[in-house]
Design a protein around this ligand. Structure first.
Ligand SMILES: [Zn+2]
Length: 428
């Protein structure tokens, strides 16, 4: 894990938030390459789950919502963790992390457990009374449920169909940690997939477990590092019928990357009850009204980014020297290509910059003329750039360049006029 944290910081992927003030516990910033990687992960999800499917539409709902939403969803009452305090050293622990009697740090006596709600609270408007209290959403899902009827009325969707959303959520975790794995502010990619019956939900649930596992593999995650974990009934959240996690083999052990939950029709029925609005779907076939059942594949964007980063990391010996390389799937690589003049001679620099400016219209690319060509390759390997393009003296004669592949380090000559086509194929 240290290797990952180091390369992430050194190369500007992820670093601690508010560092000049000594940082802020468990808050992280995505630097210039990190934000590109994260955007690419989100874009890949959006492309594969929304654009390429005809049964899913998108949504971007607000973070601050009517507080009644959280009453209906059960989060006000049930989204809690038991907390205990040590009477001697005054430290606070999650109840599950102790034996319930003695302090794990000093052996002192513990208080009775109290329920602690993990939603962040704030106030909307200038008065800070209970009437103005609002919550930062702890999941993006409720925005979808609350808008379900409007989405039905404004599109021509027929069941089964899904609504997809990417956005920030907030949980006042008692024990955050493991780098970006568990943070209080995090981003989710969630789909609520609506079907006609509980039976259909069961079938669709299995399909989603498969679709989502394949998605991670398709983008380069080694299948040996993935496994499924079915939650025992006793562990389930208040809304869930069944949950299967896709777990990734993080350096701190297999942990949840994404959860696929069969939520039954709990959420929609609760919102019907609390809002007094009918949220049913009229089924043309049977001429009956249905309250749809829901299957939810819910992934953490930050966790996905971390998993892709860890899985891509490789450290090998090349000609007696250490080579650190991030073997990202080209779709996820922050920088798609780097363009170099072989040496800093004006004619080469000009030609290389021409190619750079041309490619920059379409791709995130870099230009680099400093240091030996070997050093420049290493710099690009370390940020996972799939292709390096070098302009040399022959280029001025034959209008060709040398392209070098990140993974095989093999080089070949291609025509300058063919670079775009070459990249397009490579990055698909
Ligand atoms: Zn203690």
């Amino acid at each position: 894990m240290d290797d990952i944290v180091n390369v992430a910081k050194r190369r500007g992927f992820v670093y601690p938030s508010s560092e000049i003030y000594g940082g802020f516990a468990n808050a992280w910033d995505y630097g210039p390459y990190g934000v590109l990687l994260k955007n690419n992960v989100k874009q890949a999800w959006w492309t594969d789950m929304v654009m390429k499917r005809s049964d899913i539409v998108g949504l971007d709902s607000s973070i601050l919502m009517n507080p009644r939403v959280w009453e209906a969803s059960g989060h006000l009452e049930n989204f809690t963790d038991p907390l205990v305090d040590c009477k001697k050293c005054k430290k606070r622990f999650k109840g599950d992390d102790t034996d319930g009697k003695t302090c794990p740090e000093c052996g002192g006596e513990l208080t009775e457990a109290r329920q602690f709600n993990m939603m962040f609270k704030t106030h909307a408007g200038p008065t800070e009374d209970t009437a103005s209290m609002v919550y930062l959403r702890p999941e993006t899902a409720q925005g979808i449920f609350v808008d379900f009827k409007t989405i039905l009325d404004t599109t021509r969707n027929k069941l089964p169909f899904g609504v997809a959303q990417i956005g920030k959520s907030f949980r006042n975790e008692i024990t955050p940690g493991n780098f970006t794995f568990r943070t209080r502010e995090f981003e989710q990619f969630e789909i609520e997939y609506f079907v006609k019956s509980a039976l259909e939900a069961k079938k669709v649930f299995d399909e989603w477990v498969k679709v989502r596992s394949e998605w991670y593999k398709g983008l380069g995650i080694n299948s040996a590092n993935l496994r499924l974990h079915e939650h025992p009934k006793s562990d389930l959240a208040h809304y869930a019928v069944t949950v299967t996690d896709i777990e990734y083999n993080f350096p701190f052990g297999f942990s949840e990357l994404e959860g696929i939950a069969n939520r039954g029709n709990y959420d929609l029925s609760q919102h019907e009850k609390f809002s007094g609005q009918e949220l049913k779907y009229f089924d043309e076939e049977t001429k009956t009204k249905i309250l749809p059942f829901v299957v939810e594949p819910s992934g953490g964007v930050d966790r996905a980014v971390l998993a892709f980063l860890i899985d891509a990391y490789d450290n090998e010996k090349v000609e007696g020297e250490e080579r650190i390389v991030l073997r990202f799937n080209p779709r996820l690589a922050p920088i798609k290509a780097a363009i170099f003049p072989l040496i800093k001679k004006e004619a080469l620099v000009m030609r290389a910059k021409e190619i750079y400016h041309q490619l920059k219209e379409k791709y995130f690319v870099e230009y680099d003329e400093s240091g030996t060509i070997g050093r420049r390759y290493r710099r690009q390997d370390e940020i996972g750039t799939p292709i390096c393009i070098t302009v040399d003296f022959d280029s001025l004669e034959d209008d060709s360049v040398t392209v070098r592949d990140r993974d095989s380090m093999k080089q070949k000559r291609i025509k300058i006029s063919e670079i775009e086509e070459f990249l397009e194929k490579k990055l698909r």
